[in-house]
Design a binder for this molecule. Structure first.
Ligand code: HEC
Ligand code: HEC
Ligand code: HEC
Ligand code: HEC
Ligand code: HEC
Length: 248
């Protein structure tokens, strides 16, 4: 049968239909979402801090564990921020006259805490506990981006409700053994940003993606591991999508 429309006009028709139907809905959703959630913008934008603290220097080059500074992250809902005393455990001896550290020394001498500008938060009507996520092997980087290589910290991800639900509906794609949360940073220290190939040591594909801050969704061969962990951790998906666990 002869074609009535050429492929080109077909494409044009599709574009017109897309813009006409999907466009307005899309604009509406995005528009209202932006006005409702100012805290969800500024992803990827570094913000000024009293001291130009570098995660790259401290967590990777010096190899300081996240838990040394965010002591609550595994034990409680709230990771916590390091006190000036924690910084001074080194900076009373290292870089003692660097002007960059001056606010830290002043804070210590005057006994006034440093005030860090907060990057990540969810609204008051949302409950988010860190500890349970860490206990399920969920990497910091899946929610915070490539934090270990940030010279100045920025917000890695927007915490829309769909961001949380995408994982809560199918946690098997994200679960990992608990130790993997910390192993990622040790492996980056050891191997740099190289993928293990041809028997040469390096990062696993999961680690490689997370190290770059890519959202890691496992749908490949080791999905079986995720399914097994889901059973081992006794996770019930129906419970995880219940409105009341996040809103109460
Ligand atoms: C030597 C102390 C130290 C270590 C180690 C450290 N951090 Fe931090 N972290 C800080 C300080 C100070 C800030 C606040 C300043 C900033 O945002 O850069 C911060 C901020 C953050 C933030 C943003 C907080 C906000 O405002 O929302 C995240 C997320 C974070 N750290 C995760 C990590 C992870 C993951 C690791 C391990 C790879 C880690 N940190 C290791 C000191 C540390
Ligand atoms: C375990 C020791 C240790 C701790 C704890 C520590 N630092 Fe450092 N910090 C260092 C060393 C070593 C350097 C020098 C890094 C380099 O240039 O190679 C440094 C460098 C810095 C610099 C210079 C800028 C840069 O990154 O090169 C700043 C600013 C800084 N630290 C702030 C902090 C703050 C704020 C804290 C507390 C939240 C902190 N440090 C905790 C060891 C530490
Ligand atoms: C499942 C997602 C997720 C994971 C995994 C995760 N975080 Fe967070 N993080 C968040 C959310 C959401 C917030 C904002 C929480 C709030 O408003 O109460 C946050 C906030 C923070 C803050 C700021 C706290 C403050 O009081 O200013 C720090 C620091 C932090 N996370 C560190 C970490 C570290 C370190 C890890 C890994 C050991 C980690 N996070 C893993 C989602 C995550
Ligand atoms: C990458 C996966 C992932 C992401 C993203 C994620 N979660 Fe979870 N969440 C989990 C897993 C896994 C559990 C643990 C389920 C279990 O053990 O029963 C959990 C448990 C919870 C719980 C239940 C805690 C309890 O006491 O039972 C709350 C509340 C929660 N998450 C809130 C959130 C919120 C809010 C967000 C978004 C800001 C979020 N989560 C993002 C995987 C995720
Ligand atoms: C896994 C955690 C989680 C679950 C489960 C969840 N929410 Fe949310 N919800 C969030 C987060 C995070 C936000 C804030 C995101 C934002 O402001 O864009 C939110 C925001 C909302 C808002 C405010 C919308 C806005 O943009 O201001 C409503 C209404 C809401 N949720 C209703 C629900 C209902 C109804 C359910 C059950 C069907 C549900 N939520 C389940 C995490 C969750």
């Amino acid at each position: 049968m002869a074609q009535v429309f050429s492929p080109v006009s077909n494409t044009i028709a599709r574009v017109v239909m897309f813009c006409g139907v999907v466009g307005p809905i899309f604009t509406l959703i995005i528009g209202s979402a932006i006005t409702r959630s100012p805290y969800n913008t500024n992803v990827g934008v570094p913000i000024a801090q009293p001291v130009p603290f570098s995660h790259e220097h401290h967590a990777i080059e010096l190899g300081i564990d996240c838990r040394y500074c965010h002591t609550g992250v595994e034990k409680s809902g709230n990771p916590g921020m390091p006190s000036t005393q924690v910084c001074m455990s080194c900076h009373s001896q290292i870089w003692t006259d660097s002007p960059l550290i001056k606010p830290v020394r002043d804070s210590y001498r005057e006994n006034k805490p440093l005030v860090w500008n907060r990057l990540n938060w969810v609204p008051r009507f949302v409950y988010f506990p860190h500890n349970i996520h860490i206990a399920r092997g969920i990497s910091c980087n899946n929610c915070h981006g490539p934090i270990q290589k940030m010279m100045i910290t920025y917000k890695g991800k927007a915490f829309w409700m769909t961001f949380c639900l995408n994982c809560h509906r199918q946690p098997q794609k994200f679960l990992a053994p608990r130790k993997d949360v910390w192993q990622l940073y040790r492996d980056i220290q050891r191997f740099g940003y190289h993928l293990a190939v041809d028997g040469k040591p390096g990062l696993t594909p999961r680690e490689y993606a997370l190290a770059q801050g890519k959202y890691w969704e496992n749908d490949g061969v080791d999905l079986a591991e995720g399914e097994a962990l889901k059973r081992a951790y006794h996770i019930h998906t129906a419970q995880l999508t219940n409105c009341a666990i996040c809103h109460h």
